[in-house]
Write a protein that binds this ligand. Sequence first.
Ligand SMILES: [Zn+2]
Length: 69
Amino acid sequence: MTVATAPPDVPFADPDVSIVRLHGEACYWCGAAHATLTPAGSVATPVVGGGVRIWFIVACPEHQARRPR
Ligand SMILES: [Zn+2]
């Protein structure tokens, strides 16, 4: 979803992060795609022209306790 400003509890994603990690198809931290992936919160990215996009990310078992900040 695209919103005008990021909610205060949604951190910005690393600008170099892979798109598959933003799409929730791979662990946000290590890129594992063939592990059991669980929801791990959300991150925001800037949208060209203004506003931000919110992404719901996932984590592998090794990183499931980690949250973006
Ligand atoms: Zn991982």
